[in-house]
Design a protein around this ligand. Sequence first.
Ligand SMILES: *Cc1c(COP(=O)(O)O)cnc(C)c1O
Length: 408
Amino acid sequence: MSPKPLGPVPPGFQITDGELAIAGHRASELARAGTPLFVYSSAMIEARVAALREALPARVGVHYAIKANPFPPLLRLMAQLCDGLDIASAGELDMALGAGADASAISFAGPGKSDAELEAAIGAGVTINLESAREADRALAIAARLGVPPKLAVRVNPAFDLRGSGMKMGGRASPFGIDEARAADVIRRVAAFGADYRGLHIYAGSQSLDSGAIVAAQAATLALAERLAQESGYPPPAVNLGGGFGIPYFAGDRPVDIAAVGSALGEAMAASPLTAAGTRYHLELGRWLVGEAGVYLTCILDRKESGGETFLVTDGGLHHQLAASGNFGTVVRRNYPVAIATRMDAPPQEVAHIVGCLCTPLDRLAERAPVPRAEIGDLVAVFCAGAYGASASPAGFLGHGPAAEVLV
Ligand SMILES: *Cc1c(COP(=O)(O)O)cnc(C)c1O
């Protein structure tokens, strides 16, 4: 069986006595509480936010899109570290408020907001990113009934997209945002009806590792915001420039050059008339802030040979880590960074499939992985598990139940 490369292990972990250590805690020590387990490092997240702030121009805020990981202790940390939280449901609104975020620092995007959700958000005083002209009318009507001026921003479906992004969210017909050509109308309507107009939200895509593409999308976003300010007659108090910074999951992937992105953004902002007019800017990121700071630990329950191939069967699986199995928005299945956490100082000695405990052939954590020889009781670490892991996987599937989570 020829080996298939594993993705790159993110920096920031240690090896202690031959074991993976996360923020000074050895894997076996963490696993004593039971596996499968997601471990998130607060020190790595703090370092990440600090590095981003260092790279970005001072007036660019950093918002956290909580769908990437809403684990309550992690969310409390993000509410403290970031300038705002981005939510996409009433459930996430409760979580954001529960994490101590100020309502004025929360914005609510997402198509298909119900009346109850709009009412909860307007009542709480969070900013609603309007996804359609009809949603604008509904929000205005609900606000009139409540007797409060709603904080409304207009999400624009840009005519460009974020090149090289794993999930395109612009440049085409879309359920997200209001098409460029119709946006000025909605801005005028919202502002004329006495809403507290909060500005523009322009999100061009996700999971891009191409710094040049991110720079180009940010420049195009600023240019679009300028055009809409002119066309509508209302300069945006704030522009949410989107995000879309990816992380390296697969062999050959390279991290985003945030220094290059930050300096290009600084230049584009300096040249923009919006900056002179006092517009504030922010990015909204999920994956890039927390993805590399999480590890999914699972224990080997069985080791078997079949058809000449070796299978390491773990107590985890796609019900917790759907993305690592290749079933969450990927076309070609490639291996995440994976390691035998209890044998970190041994070289690869065999090629094995690392599978989950679910009774479905989809449940593969790694295919043809070059690994040290592992036995029953060894721990497997799946890296890059801090975003779109626990909350983006079908934990109810096959009845094994959810994984534990811990922030260390
Ligand atoms: C999903 C999403 C994000 C976060 O995306 P990441 O890839 O995790 O950074 C931010 N904003 C919007 C509008 C989204 O839909």
